[in-house]
Design a protein around this ligand. Structure first.
Ligand SMILES: Nc1ncnc2c1ncn2[C@@H]1O[C@H](COP(=O)(O)OP(=O)(O)OP(=O)(O)O)[C@@H](O)[C@H]1O
Ligand SMILES: [Mg+2]
Length: 450
């Protein structure tokens, strides 16, 4: 069901219920008040009749004629003896004689409707009759005026309910339109996106900060992120294919060379196979790195356990200094080993990447320092290499970025190492900083929450 229909139905139902409650209350209050008045009126008549009967003890008018004279308009008088027998009975209309009667020693009053549908008020009181016995005087009066009044009120209330519903329905229609129109136009605009294959932001029509414009802003923020992601992906794919093109063209040209002259000149063989193998190794390394970047996305890719970061760093230092045959010094501020909660293989890799760079891009001693505070650890790797200019520092964590492409390539670099390291550290809620000056070496600091 459409939102618009829902709003309209809700409003109409709500108003119908409100009108019904108000009208019923008005009707019941009026009915109550009028019946009370009617009963009072009949009561007065009863008192008058009783007085007249009492006075008649001296005047001595015949009972039957007296009752006839006392009979009020649209009413009936009955005198009932102790056995329930009718002593006398006078009615303005014969149909009134069907109304029930009984003997009572206490005063009784009631409102009822006769079999003919005529409402009546009935009051019965005990009375000392002319022969000294106690009888019941019952006076009943048809409530024609009250019935007329009530039926007019019913008509007025029905009409007013109908009249009130018409503007309410129109208001509901316009209210529903007011609410749903901007939503509808927003939906249409959203449906038309992307234009010509490109996701576009919506133009903000509303100047105020209502829910619709908040929705537009949220949508625009989403489009911005989608576009950023698409751009990132495009750049990644083009960078990756660019990176793969170089080893592939080296392999192709060496293979062609082998095909053309390999048989005549066996001395080319070693050079060609060596180059093909090294490029294949490079491609393998590159694809592994790319796969890692893809896998490391999202918090769910890390598995936290308590790890001894001191011991782990020492291990990496040991293996790298052996591999590169380099002087590396590890020191830490505390005497005890430091333990943190992290994904061991991933953190080890991040540390490895930074230390590997320090070894690759410098020739002097590499210093590794581990510090801790109450809630963080700081691992600094300092080299005395060429250092990095401010412009380069800004881009260093981007994928495929290499300062000196030729040198990095020679060293087997893909430009993905620091991007992977940055991603891992961020997944752990940490940070990586670089302090460097051209010609003065660099210090990479990995900050991790404990
Ligand atoms: N300690 C450093 N001193 C000077 N330059 C550095 C240092 N570390 C990194 N760089 C520069 O930053 C670039 C990016 O480093 P990154 O580790 O991301 O890639 P790579 O070392 O080229 O390749 P990979 O690490 O994937 O094998 C390097 O190519 C290098 O030019
Ligand atoms: Mg590297």
């Amino acid at each position: 069901m459409k939102l618009r229909t829902k709003i309209q139905i809700f409003l109409t139902m709500f108003l119908v219920i409100v009108i019904l409650i108000i009208n019923s209350a008005v009707y019941l209050l009026y009915e109550n008040r009028v019946s009370e008045n009617e009963l009072n009126r009949v009561h007065n008549d009863v008192e008058n009749i009783m007085e007249a009967i009492a006075r008649n003890k001296t005047a001595n008018i015949e009972n039957d004629r007296l009752l006839q004279a006392l009979l009020p308009a649209d009413s009936m008088i009955r005198i009932i003896d102790e056995q329930g027998e009718m002593i006398d009975e006078k009615a303005k209309e014969t149909s009134f004689l069907d109304w029930p009667s009984h003997y009572t020693k206490t005063e009784e009053q009631r409102l009822a409707t006769g079999a003919d549908g005529v409402p009546y008020a009935q009051i019965a009181v005990p009375l000392i009759w002319t022969d000294g016995s106690i009888v019941t005087l019952q006076v009943s009066e048809a409530l024609y005026a009250m019935e007329d009044g009530l039926s007019i009120l019913r008509i007025v209330l029905y009409l007013s309910a109908g009249l009130m519903l018409i503007p309410a329905l129109i208001a509901g229609y316009y209210l529903a339109r007011l609410v749903t129109k901007p939503v509808q136009s927003l939906t249409t605009e959203m449906k038309q996106n992307p234009h010509h294959g490109k996701w576009e932001k919506l133009t903000l029509h509303q100047k105020n900060n209502d829910e619709i414009s908040q929705m537009q802003q949220a949508y625009n923020a989403m489009i911005e992120r989608i576009n950023e992601n698409i751009e990132n992906q495009d750049r990644f794919v083009s960078d990756a294919s660019h990176e793969l093109r170089t080893p592939l063209s080296v392999i192709t040209s060496y293979t062609e060379l082998l095909q053309r002259r390999g048989k005549d000149k066996p001395e080319i063989f070693d050079e060609a196979t060596g180059a093909i193998l090294s490029e294949a190794e490079r491609m393998k390394h590159l694809t592994e790195q790319m796969l890692l970047l893809a896998k490391n996305q999202g918090q769910e890719s890390i598995y936290m356990t308590p790890i001894n970061i001191s011991e782990m760093t020492r291990e990496v230092v040991r293996s790298l200094s052996t591999a590169y045959q380099r002087e590396m010094k590890f020191s830490q501020h505390t005497t005890n080993d430091i333990t943190i909660s992290a994904d061991r293989p991933k953190i080890q890799q991040a540390v490895y990447i930074v230390m590997d760079n320090a070894c690759k891009y410098s020739d002097e001693e590499v210093l590794v320092l581990l510090k801790e505070t109450d809630d963080h650890i700081y691992l600094s790797i300092t080299d005395q290499g060429e250092g990095l200019a401010e412009e380069e520092q800004k881009q260093i964590f981007e994928r495929f970025y290499r300062v000196d492409k030729a040198r990095s390539r020679q060293a087997g670099g893909t430009g993905l190492g620091l991007a992977i390291c940055h991603q891992i550290v961020q997944l752990h809620g940490g940070n990586i900083r670089l302090d460097s000056q051209p010609g003065n070496g660099s210090t990479f600091t990995i900050e991790l929450p404990k």
